[in-house]
Design a protein around this ligand. Structure first.
Ligand SMILES: NC(=O)c1ccc[n+]([C@@H]2O[C@H](COP(=O)([O-])OP(=O)(O)OC[C@H]3O[C@@H](n4cnc5c(N)ncnc54)[C@H](OP(=O)(O)O)[C@@H]3O)[C@@H](O)[C@H]2O)c1
Length: 170
C-alpha cells in the first residue's frame, strides 16, 4: 500500500491558521492536482478536524475520517474509523486499493509519519505567509522527527505555486 501525503503550505510552512480554517486560500491549480491524484487513488484519509472544515464530503472518493467521536451519523462516501492507521490501511488493501492519499491535518500527518507509513509527499508551496498557524506536522503525537526525503520532481502549477514531489526514506 502506497500512502501519498498531499498538502499545501504557505512559504513559512503553515497549513492553516487554526484547526477550523477552511483551506480555501490554496490555488485552483493545487486543488485540481489534489482532486486528480486523490480521485485516481479512490481514497482520502483525514483527521476529523480537517473533515469538519469541508462543506461536503469529497466527491468520487472514499473519505476515511479518523475520529474518536462515537455515534457520528452515517454519510454517503464517508467512513468513520478509529485507532491504528496500519490496520485501516491493511483493510483498504484487502479491498483492493493500492494507493491512498493522506489529506491532513497536522495531527494525522504526524501519526502517520511517526509510524513510518508515508511513502511519498506532494507539497505545494503557495505564495503566502501566515506567521502564526498550524505546521505540516504537529499536535498530540510525538513530532521530533529526522526523516530523509528525496526530491523526485518539481512542477510549476502556475506563476506562483510550486508542487514538490518527494520520496520518503526511513
Ligand atoms: N493546507 C492543506 O493542504 C491542508 C490540508 C488538510 C488540512 N488542513 C488544515 O488542517 C487543520 C486541521 O488539522 P489538525 O491537525 O488540527 O486536525 P486533523 O489532523 O485534521 O484531525 C485531528 C483529529 O483526528 C482524530 N484522530 C487522529 N488520530 C486518530 C486515531 N488514531 N483514531 C481516531 N481518531 C484520530 C482526533 O479526533 P478527535 O479527538 O477530535 O475525535 C484528532 O483530534 C484544518 O485547519 C485544515 O483546514 C490543511
Amino acid at each position: 500500500m502506497k500512502v501519498i501525503l498531499m498538502m499545501a503550505t504557505t512559504l513559512d510552512g503553515k497549513i492553516a491558521k487554526t484547526s477550523h480554517h477552511f483551506p480555501s486560500w490554496t490555488s485552483p491549480e493545487d486543488k485540481k492536482l489534489f482532486s486528480r491524484i486523490s480521485k485516481r487513488s479512490g481514497v482520502v484519509l483525514m483527521g476529523d478536524k480537517t473533515f469538519f472544515t469541508l462543506k461536503n464530503p469529497l466527491k468520487d472518493r472514499i473519505n476515511v475520517v479518523f475520529t474518536l467521536e462515537k455515534n457520528l451519523p452515517s454519510q454517503k462516501g464517508v467512513r468513520w474509523v478509529t485507532g491504528d492507521p496500519g490496520k485501516v490501511l491493511a483493510d483498504l488493501k484487502k479491498e483492493g486499493f493500492q494507493t491512498v492519499v493522506l489529506g491532513g491535518g497536522a495531527n494525522l500527518n504526524s501519526l502517520f509519519l511517526k509510524k513510518k507509513l508515508i511513502n511519498e509527499i506532494i507539497l505545494t508551496i503557495e505564495p503566502k505567509i501566515f506567521g502564526q498557524g498550524i505546521s505540516l506536522f504537529e499536535g498530540e503525537f510525538e513530532t521530533d522527527f529526522e526523516v530523509d526525503l528525496e526530491l523526485l520532481k518539481i512542477e510549476k502549477l502556475n506563476q506562483n505555486s510550486l508542487a514538490h514531489y518527494y520520496k520518503v526514506n526511513y
